[in-house]
Design a protein around this ligand. Sequence first.
Ligand code: ATP
Ligand code: MG
Length: 332
Amino acid sequence: RPRVLSGIQPTAGSFHLGNYLGAVRQWVSLQETHDAFYMVVDLHAITVPQDPEELRRSSRLAVAQLLAAGLDPERCTLFVQSHVPEHAQLAWVMNCFTGFGEASRMTQFKDKSAKQGTEGTTVGLFAYPILQVADILLYHADQVPVGEDQRQHIELTRDVAARFNGRFGETFTVPAPYILKETAKIYDLQDPAVKMSKSASSPKGIIWLLDEPKKTAKKIRSAVTDTGTEVRYDPEGKPGVSNLLGIYSTLTGRSVAELEQAYAGKGYGALKTELADVVVDWVTPFRTRTEEYMGDPETLDAILAKGAEKARAVAAETLADVYDKVGFLPAK
Ligand code: ATP
Ligand code: MG
């Protein structure tokens, strides 16, 4: 079985619709066909300030949401990143095999640090793509299911892996991104030029999966659409409508062409009202399942303990190989 690895940040508490459609949905289907490793990346979360109690709660909440979305701990390895110390350990080595200029070209860092300016930004935020390199390479992942915004980091991972392999011999699997075209980038409902984002979206532009469904419906009904009236998929000319059509199509399995036909002559209002129903029908049971898992912290912790153990078995072996190759003395 080919292997997949991916992670999600426990920031903000609730996942948003972009996280689900762009990443988590693929994680669920890949656990059937792949040897799948999925983690809640708390090490990544602290690249920006976090309240400790809030972080602990949202880490559990992230696991609960992943289970509610359909991850099955019998079919995949589900764990929290900080439970596997090899992530931080390999990241240090990878830092030393990444060029400063190479890291400086990461657009996610540029975007995320733009607001505070580099003086207000941590070294951790700058280095987080290299931690991600370590995350992926530790497990010899063949594929990494993520949204389009992560493509550049997978490219970086490929470059660093190939460089290390070239110098020390075959060590790492060079991974490929697994990005589905239709859901690669879900856009902010108020600004369809930018991605829906935990950290950057306006409150009205983002669909939080755990929000009150009524609030969610309202946000969809007031999504920014485009001039004109025709419901047509045209990401260039009609980014708002196209975003809604993409979401609609993925959640219902109806093709975009079929939806265009169904809404011919009906206008944007009908599209938005009916999409609001579709999303509410999806999030309502999702919220209930998440609450159920949150009500049983012992089960969550047991799942995570088992996941960490399975992950460490793989990660420890990779790290030992790397430590040996770079010339560290074995600890006796
Ligand atoms: P932040 O803005 O803090 O980086 P985020 O919204 O990007 O948060 P992450 O936890 O960083 O959330 O991302 C988890 C996964 O969701 C990643 O695979 C990422 O590519 C994917 N993802 C995030 N936003 C979108 C989006 N708008 N469309 C599609 N995929 C997305
Ligand atoms: Mg992100």
